[in-house]
Ligand binder design. Structure first.
Ligand code: PA5
Length: 383
């Protein structure tokens, strides 16, 4: 019998807003994102108010401020560079910047809509503390005030769901770090990543039948369970991305954890009641060159815990030679898996109504964006 996932008509009828088509263009979006970011102009100094001048130079610390789909680029950056770049990179998902953020800190304010209050709050704090701010946005208060204040801004194309704009939310950070002297010689790695994404695309698009399609196979594997993604080191952000794509696209709860930490707590949780553990499936993110201690942990955890306790144990295999290609390849397979799972459940992957309702409900109770706008008008007025 033909799998539902091989019925192209059915896919189109459930995916009413066309997420599959956006995902199909991911490799080209990477190229477009880099091209747009190349226009970024970072000045030596910028006077944002009478007594506040920002000096842009090689930073001592990097903080990426963002939420949800807009924060993932920061996680990827951190995972990609954690052991090769000496400047610490943190992702801040809150209203307030860490205490250490100061004039020697590069702060990326990343919000696709430009109206996310946590990100705007971090943006205002960064300006007040004289941090080197670079904005990434397609609209809203963030774009408006970055333009008014002359803050270096990468303007994004409009009308994507934020999580589908991942290349546009990630590559500007890479280009900016190159400009400001933190990164060098990334061209080859970026080119390889895009080439690998193109190769994988043929294997995971709807036209490739389930038997040969790893993304469809994974979706069928996690169906009717709560999926759990396990990563390690550079794949921590990937595991989180997989979980959030399953949440937002497939509309299912999910979990993510990382080796080696999960061996020190999560593993014990699997010894709980069958009725609970049999409702979970695990997706292990695998790399051809896993360090021996990590490979041993993954294998042992599979043997002693997961194969005995979980409903299913599945794997996503990274492709390519370089780290960026490997990270993006697992993300690409995971993204398509989440859309196929949505198709299996008969839900349109694009809408995230509850997020919209929560943002609106919050605005009715505490209009933080309005307050932040006032603070920005004050800063701009003094500029
Ligand atoms: O995927 C989504 O829609 C969310 O996770 C948003 O990215 C999140 O709410 C933040 O909004 P924005 O990306 O517009 O800053």
């Amino acid at each position: 019998m033909m799998s539902v996932l091989d019925d192209l008509e059915r896919i189109r009828s459930v995916d009413r807003q066309g997420m599959v088509d956006i995902m199909r263009r991911l490799p080209e979006s990477c190229g477009d994102a880099i091209e747009r970011a190349e226009h970024l102009n970072i000045p030596d100094t910028l006077s944002v108010s009478k007594d506040k001048t920002i000096r842009y130079r090689r930073p001592e610390k990097v903080v990426v401020v963002g939420m949800g789909g807009s924060a993932v680029g920061g996680d990827l950056l951190k995972g990609w560079l954690w052991d090769t770049v000496s400047v610490p990179i943190e992702v801040c998902r809150d209203y307030h910047l860490p205490a250490y953020a100061d004039g020697k800190t590069l702060v990326f304010a990343v919000s696709y809509s430009g109206n996310t209050e946590e990100t705007l709050s971090g943006f205002v704090e960064a300006l007040e503390r004289g941090c080197m701010v670079v904005s990434v946005s397609s609209d809203g208060v963030l774009e408006e005030f970055s333009e008014r204040l002359g803050i270096p801004l990468v303007s994004l194309p409009k009308r994507f769901p934020p999580r589908c704009a991942l290349p546009h939310l990630f590559f500007p950070l890479v280009v900016a770090l190159e400009r400001i002297g933190v990164l060098r010689d990334i061209k080859r790695e970026v080119e390889e990543a895009i080439a690998i994404l193109k190769q994988i695309r043929d294997e995971i698009v709807p036209e490739t039948p389930t038997l040969k399609n790893p993304a469809k196979t994974l979706a069928l594997g996690v169906k009717d369970t709560i999926p759990v993604a396990y990563g390690f080191r550079q794949y921590s952000g990937v595991a989180l991305r997989i979980k959030t794509q399953l949440n937002e696209n497939s509309k299912v709860p999910g979990k993510w954890e990382c080796f080696p930490e999960l061996n020190h707590n999560e593993a014990v949780g699997w010894m709980g009641p069958d009725a609970l553990t049999r409702g979970l499936s695990v997706i292990l993110i695998r790399d051809p060159d896993e360090p021996p201690e990590i490979r041993a942990r993954i294998e042992l955890t599979k043997e002693l815990v997961l194969e005995r306790r979980a409903r299913r144990v599945l794997e996503i295999h990274a492709r390519g030679e370089t780290r960026l290609a490997r990270m993006l390849s697992t993300i690409y397979i995971g993204d398509f898996m989440s859309v196929y799972l949505a198709i299996l459940y008969g839900v349109d992957p694009t809408p995230v109504d509850i997020i919209t309702r929560m943002k609106k409900g919050l605005k009715d109770r505490v209009d933080r964006v309005g307050e932040l706008r006032e603070r920005l008008i004050e800063v701009a007025g003094h500029g």
